[in-house]
Structures are given as C-alpha cells and as structure tokens.
Design a protein around this ligand. Sequence first.
Ligand code: PMP
Length: 362
Amino acid sequence: LTAPDTALPSLRGAVAGLPPYVPGRRSAGLDIAALASNESHYEPLPAAAAAVAAAAGTMNRYPDSAAVELRERLATHLGVTAAEIAVGPGSVGVLQQIITGLCDAGDDVIFAWRSFEAYPILVELAGARPVRIPLDDAEGHDLDAMAAAVTARTKVILLCTPNNPTGVPISHECIEAFLRAVRSDILVVIDEAYVEYAEAGSGPDSLALYRQHPNVCILRTFSKAYGLAGLRVGYAVAAPAIAEGLRRTALPFAVSALAQKAAVASLDAGGEMEARVAAVRQERARMAAELEVQGWRLQPSQGNFLWIRADDHLLATLVDAFDRAGIMVRAYQGDGVRITVAAPASNDRVLRLLEAHTASTI
Ligand code: PMP
C-alpha cells in the first residue's frame, strides 16, 4: 500500500467554469422589500394552501412520478393531450431536461442576451455551446440575427417572451416568420414564465404556433403568477415523442406530491389568480407612468417587473441606494437593474427612491 493521495476528485471542466452560486439575501425583516426574484407578493392561493395541507399526510409516500392528474388537468386547461406534457421541478428543471435530452456535446443552443441567467449555465453543463445574440435597441429579441446564427450544429433555440429581465415580448407574427425560416429539426423553446402578466395580444399565441410547428416547445411555470415558487413545479408542452423523451430524462419523483396537488388546485382557482395578475398589471402601469414623468426612459414591460438599463456607474449608484433602503432588486453588471412589481406600498418605496436619483443620474 502506498500513502493515500491527498488530491481531491476534480469537477468536470464545464462545472469548474460555472459562476459560483451566490445565495440571495433572505428577507430577514418586514422592512426588507423582496423585489429581486419576480415572485408573487401575494400569499398562496387559499385553494393551493388547502391542497398542500390535505396532501401533507402522504409525505411518507413517493409522489406520482408520471404526474398523471396534473398532466391531465393541464391538458384540459390548454386543449392538448396529457401525452404532450412533461412536468418538472420548476420550469428551470424542465429546461434542464430539454437541453440534456436534446444536446450532444458541441451542439449549439442559441438564445438572446441578456435573458434568463440559467440559459448559459444549463447549456454549458450539458457540454453544449451557448450562442448569445445581443438584444436589439428596443430591448427585444433580434430574431433576424438569431436566424442568421443558425448552423448545422444548432440543436435548440430559446426564445423568452416576455423577456426576463427586459419585459419585452416577441410578437406572434415575428415568431411565426422565424419558425418558417429555421429548420424543423431545431427545437424552438418559447419560455413563457411570465405569460400571465402580458396584455392579451402583446405576445405570441404559442399554442397556435405549436399546432402549426411541432418543433415548438412551450415552457411555463407555476412559480410566478400562480405564486408557487417555493414548491417547484413547471411544465413543457411539446410533440408527444419529445414530451415522452423529456419525461424519460426526469429525475424519478422530481415533483413532490404537495407541488402536484397545489398546481392542480391553482388551475382550478384560475379566476383568483387572474384578479391578482390584473392588480399587478395596474401597478406596473402606474409605476411606468410615474417613472416616465420622473424622466426615466423605460421600454414597456409585459412581465411583473421593470427594467432600467444602466451603465456601471448608474448601476452602482442605484444598487447602493436600494441596498441602504432595504429593497432587494436584481442588478446585472454591464446591463441594468430589474425590479419586481409588487404591493403598492413597496412599489411606492421604489418610486420615491428612483425619483431621488433621476436628476443626478440621467
Ligand atoms: N424562465 C424564466 C424566463 C424565468 O425568469 C424563470 C425564473 N426566474 C424561470 C424560467 C424558471 O422558473 P421556475 O424554475 O421557478 O419555474
């Protein structure tokens, strides 16, 4: 026997190269406004909370791995079949299934940038190549540039509408033209995490696009408008063969029984969710109008958040001011700051803070 080697097992290169995980500051006191993660500020829907309480007694059992009840309820809700639905632990979990299920090492995944931070991470983890296409001047997807970036190696294209963090949607007509222009063996994912907050007609009718183009995959979540971020449940709608493949790549029992039950109850309580969404939209409009008067120039957002483009100097000023005010927002170095639209009182705090910085910074 030789002396044990003291070297530790090494992480794969793709993992070692990922940005370190930095946990967000938890809202320790009531004074902290949690506006950094686009969560719903409402308490859980009563029906969802009741469903979780009723299911709590089954915690000693594994959940239904096939999520049959939830998939069937979603199928009815959307007008598709349960065979076309795959669920996962958050839509980010489903997205990981999509990328690892479709991409071989060296395949390209094209997405707009800046967009959802998880995109490049999941792509690199899968050993695929992220291809970032800069947003256009109006903070939206540059679909012409995205189509021009397609090569023989392109396997997946991610479209985010309304886009996180800019709030800008992609129109139905633009995606339709895009889908006609790209090969049908490329999976085009339409990530609609914030779709419930969008005004009717501002974004695509994604289900109609999916029916015309079976290489479309719609990605949605219960984390945002439905207020179940803490339970982790999202889903994809895709052609049956793709959805079936996604279900095969899932971790066994990835979506808890409590999450499945809460999601079903939330769909049943859709009217209540819509009333909450309408209130957030109204607050979004109020904030946008007031910020316009203050002199800020923002693109209209269709998400439950506002986006302020800022150079690093302005960003540092704003981050410092928000921090001192106990308001948690999301800062993106080199790009800007994203602020969740929440209850009127915390929105007012944001407005007062931004007002104080208008004159000096823009
Ligand atoms: N897509 C987009 C565009 C998002 O912003 C988020 C969450 N920030 C997700 C997907 C993932 O959400 P979840 O995993 O909670 O469903």
